[in-house]
Design a protein around this ligand. Sequence first.
Ligand SMILES: *[C@@H]1O[C@H](CO)[C@@H](O)[C@H](O)[C@H]1NC(C)=O
Ligand SMILES: *[C@@H]1O[C@H](CO)[C@@H](O)[C@H](O)[C@H]1NC(C)=O
Ligand SMILES: *[C@@H]1O[C@H](CO)[C@@H](O)[C@H](O)[C@H]1NC(C)=O
Ligand SMILES: *[C@@H]1O[C@H](CO)[C@@H](O)[C@H](O)[C@H]1NC(C)=O
Ligand SMILES: *[C@@H]1O[C@H](CO)[C@@H](O)[C@H](O)[C@H]1NC(C)=O
Ligand SMILES: *[C@@H]1O[C@H](CO)[C@@H](O)[C@H](O)[C@H]1NC(C)=O
Ligand SMILES: *[C@@H]1O[C@H](CO)[C@@H](O)[C@H](O)[C@H]1NC(C)=O
Length: 403
Amino acid sequence: MLPYTVFIMSALGALLLRGSEGIMERAAVKVTNISRVEDAAYFQLYYGNTFKVIRNLLDGKSYLLIQNTSRMAGRTKYCTARIKSFVIPVTNYSLDVNYFPVSYFELLGLLPAMKGMTSDTVASPCLLKMYNDGQVDRLNKSEPQQFSQYTAHFIGSNTNQQTQLCNYVTYAPMGEQAPLQRAEWIKFLGVFANMEVRANQIYDTVKSNYLCLSNAAANKSQKIHPVVAWMEFNNGVWSFTEDGYKLKFVEDAGGENIDASINKKTYNTSSIDDLEQLHAILCTVDVVLDETFTPDPATYNSTFFLQNLHIEDQTCFGFLSFQNLWRYDKRLSTDLALDWYDGAVPQPQLVLADLVEILFPTGNYETTYFRNLIKDEPVLRFGPESCVRDTLTAMEPTIVPCP
Ligand SMILES: *[C@@H]1O[C@H](CO)[C@@H](O)[C@H](O)[C@H]1NC(C)=O
Ligand SMILES: *[C@@H]1O[C@H](CO)[C@@H](O)[C@H](O)[C@H]1NC(C)=O
Ligand SMILES: *[C@@H]1O[C@H](CO)[C@@H](O)[C@H](O)[C@H]1NC(C)=O
Ligand SMILES: *[C@@H]1O[C@H](CO)[C@@H](O)[C@H](O)[C@H]1NC(C)=O
Ligand SMILES: *[C@@H]1O[C@H](CO)[C@@H](O)[C@H](O)[C@H]1NC(C)=O
Ligand SMILES: *[C@@H]1O[C@H](CO)[C@@H](O)[C@H](O)[C@H]1NC(C)=O
Ligand SMILES: *[C@@H]1O[C@H](CO)[C@@H](O)[C@H](O)[C@H]1NC(C)=O
């Protein structure tokens, strides 16, 4: 345990032990539901009798979560640069939904407590339905005092530390470097709702499915490892990804990452030399995953990709002749929010299953997130009408059949 946390805990211990009521309280509350962090690198959990501490290593903050049944709940309030306190279980909250993976809340069944959001550009059909039905308020991001009426306001990144109110919680699974590490952040949320048991179950289910798929892929790839490039075009420059979790997905799917051997990461298409080098590399690639941002995925097709690459003679490109050019924008909302940034984060087994099918096609698995650009596969749009479950109930993780 790090010295800093020891300090918080002993300070709280002293607080609790002051006077006989404190001692009685300690005896009365049992710590039952506990999550342990197995894989994630950027958060840690500690349990006391009437409180829990989450350390968020991405923003350096510690969240002190006090059970509402504890006497400390009414008396203790921290809001400093390093510690914030919350009374739990949290019964209402709001979200800064921009690129925010709402589906973690859905998996825990916490949508009913969701009361406000900053935009209606969200991928989750059930959240859209609640919003349409008037169960969720639309908040104005420029007026942060609107967020203070909720017990917690979850944000995806902590870019603006200064303007954070006391109820802000930085929830940043995207900051992790591996798919399962990202998925494990379900436990971080579970702690706020006293739902450790469900959070553990979901993570265990997702993890075992992911590992099974990955083991099966390792068998398939014993002889060949298809070479995969994640690449995007931005402002005249092509670049290969440096995101750890994407590279890990390729390895776990039985593929090989292009950048194991290539150290130049960016190619300026105005430079003949750069273009030549890029074309040469792409001649050695089996599968391209095109991440190029587009305001409208529905109209983005292979023509745009080829134009941006300045490819005229296509003969040398195996990924074109074998029709292996894909994008992860298959699922999106009518307002163009990509489910890749939402549903795919807590359920990486679905992404892995897609990649395994892409690398070792069976023809009998339909991809969830990726669409084939050469085959001109269309995007699928989801609106509130696509919410098929009762919004009061939790979403179940999708388990991919695995030998
Ligand atoms: C604590 O929270 C639970 C769950 O929301 C609620 O049922 C209970 O009444 C609360 N207890 C107190 C003392 O606030
Ligand atoms: C949001 O708040 C800002 C600043 O108060 C205001 O200028 C803007 O009109 C508001 N936007 C909406 C959609 O209400
Ligand atoms: C959220 O919950 C807190 C604590 O239970 C309560 O004081 C507050 O009024 C609630 N806010 C809304 C908007 O329901
Ligand atoms: C422990 O988890 C179970 C199942 O989710 C729940 O019913 C119970 O209320 C939890 N207990 C505590 C003390 O939080
Ligand atoms: C991998 O292959 C071996 C030998 O062919 C087999 O025994 C094993 O069950 C396979 N594992 C998976 C996960 O498919
Ligand atoms: C690409 O190269 C062109 C011509 O040399 C230059 O003007 C441009 O700034 C470069 N773009 C980037 C993003 O470096
Ligand atoms: C891609 O879209 C553009 C513009 O809509 C169209 O001109 C082009 O023919 C399309 N390309 C393919 C391969 O369908």
